[in-house]
Design a protein around this ligand. Structure first.
Ligand code: ADP
Length: 456
């Protein structure tokens, strides 16, 4: 049994994990950088240790610092959250060497799925449709040939990419060379790995992802899908479950494909398989695997709200060597949930992160409203990390009920002293196309002009 968990993260996800541990009767150890001394995860954990200066490379990404705290505090497991150490197979190896349980998949499963090119290979082998594409390419001729075959546009992707970074869309052959070189360069700088591959770029697909949970006894379940098509610059802004575009038939097939893939690599823990849904022919919707995230995701909460399954607790159960607490038959999806990512950003300055002091903070409440946030009155957002200050997740008996509740809650949500994306979320939720459910990944670009975005 796991008795003490070190949370190798910060912000709202650190709180999310601490809460799950507390409810399970597990002691918690927080780590923090000097810039996060006033952070809520520090005060809510049973123990907290400063592990370095504000730079992530010297704190939240410092393996020696994290492992030292785990050993000295007697933590028997580490939960990585998302980002930072969550998808680093070398970190899993080091945890194993120190007999500290990494709460997540094995290093081997992570390697099979952790980078985009290997994940595609694994999926092709398990018979799942993937977006038409190449394997890793180191010379441009191969991409040129592929693009000629499938037609432009294509997208060049860093195999190690994430968070919307390390991708270049290529609309015509003349752009290919620059895009290829830039993408490799960016990938080297951001992910220390220049390897890229190329995919057909689908025009206006929907981003649909399936949440799975797996234990070490070979049990794998899926919790249905999330629709994450509302994005700005390939970064998710608002997510919902279920997707307004998914029929029961596709849900079952996608869910089964996700389960098969997880079984094929002996996956353990929580994971997400991302797909693109092509609705060019609405009577014959096609879907393709895009990548797998081998960790808990920001948007996991919408699946929790409609399934009643606590994903983080299941991660911890599985890591303790227990079986999943639910079978596929136990999982009944009920109602609808919408999540708004509230970022400290200034829309009038191209969504520049807005670090600073929160002068006033009042969170909404009431039936069906959930806030996962580390913000509070007087908290100063440090400029060194991501700009998300919290997530508002609203449940409703159906999509319209959830949408209206989210609008009501956003009206109640008061954050002063900084700029946030609250007004932007209201505009999205009030948009007729959003209301109709007939949107895709180009929604923001298509329905919000640069001027409108500035005025949010
Ligand atoms: P990241 O790992 O950085 O999040 P993803 O591979 O998940 O990157 O892609 C992020 C988003 O980029 C997708 O949700 C989608 O909007 C867009 N995208 C990625 N690949 C394609 C593609 N082949 N065709 C069309 N859009 C794509």
């Amino acid at each position: 049994m796991i008795e003490k968990v070190l949370i190798a993260n910060r912000g709202e996800i650190a709180l999310r994990i601490i809460r799950a541990c507390k409810e399970l009767g597990i002691a918690t150890v927080a780590i923090y950088s000097q810039a996060d001394a006033d952070s809520l995860h520090v005060s809510l954990a049973d123990e907290a240790y400063c592990i370095g200066p504000h730079q992530s490379s010297k704190s939240y990404l410092s393996i020696p610092a994290i492992i030292s705290v785990a050993l000295t505090s007697g933590a028997d497991a580490i939960h990585p959250g998302y980002g930072f150490m969550a998808e680093r197979a070398d970190f899993v190896d080091i945890c194993d060497e120190h007999h500290i349980k990494f709460i997540g998949p094995s290093a081997a499963a992570m390697r099979a799925m952790g980078d985009k090119a290997s994940a595609r290979k694994t999926m092709i082998e398990s018979g799942v449709p993937v977006t038409p594409g190449t394997g890793l390419v180191d010379n441009i001729d191969e991409i040129r040939e592929f693009a000629k075959k499938v037609g432009y546009p294509v997208i060049i992707k860093a195999t190690a990419g994430g968070g919307g970074k390390g991708m270049r869309i290529v609309n015509r052959e003349e752009e290919l060379e620059d895009a290829f070189n830039l993408c490799r360069q960016e990938a080297q700088n951001a992910f220390a790995n220049p390897e890229v591959y190329c995919e057909k770029y689908l025009i206006n697909p929907r981003h649909i992802e399936v949440q799975i949970l797996a234990d070490s006894f070979g049990n794998v379940v899926h919790l249905g899908e999330r629709d994450c098509s509302i994005q700005r610059r390939h970064q998710k802004l608002l997510e919902e479950a279920p997707s307004p575009a998914i029929t029961e038939d596709i849900r079952q097939k996608m869910g089964q494909a996700a389960i098969n893939a997880a079984k094929a690599i002996n996956y353990e823990g929580a994971g997400t398989l991302e797909f693109l849904l092509d609705e060019t022919d609405p009577d014959n919707k096609k879907w393709y695997f895009m990548e797998m995230n081998t960790r808990v995701q920001v948007e996991h909460c919408v699946s929790e709200m409609i399934s009643g399954v606590d994903i983080v607790k299941e991660q911890i159960r599985v890591a303790s060597g227990q079986r999943l607490s639910v079978t596929q038959d136990d999982i009944v999806l009920r109602g609808h949930a919408i999540e708004c990512r509230i970022n400290a950003e200034d829309p009038s300055r191209d969504f520049m992160p807005f670090a600073g002091k929160i002068e006033g903070y009042i969170a909404p409440g009431g039936f069906g409203v959930r806030i996962d946030s580390h913000a509070y009155t007087g908290y100063t957002i440090p400029p060194y990390y991501d700009s998300m200050v919290g997530k508002l997740i609203c449940w409703g008996v159906n999509r319209e009920d959830a949408r209206k509740r989210a609008l009501r809650a956003l009206d109640e949500y008061i954050i002063t002293g900084i700029k946030t994306t609250i007004p932007f979320h209201k505009a999205i939720l009030n948009n007729d196309v959003f209301i109709s459910g007939q949107f895709n990944t180009s929604f923001i670009e298509k329905h919000f002009s640069k001027e409108e975005l500035k005025n949010q």
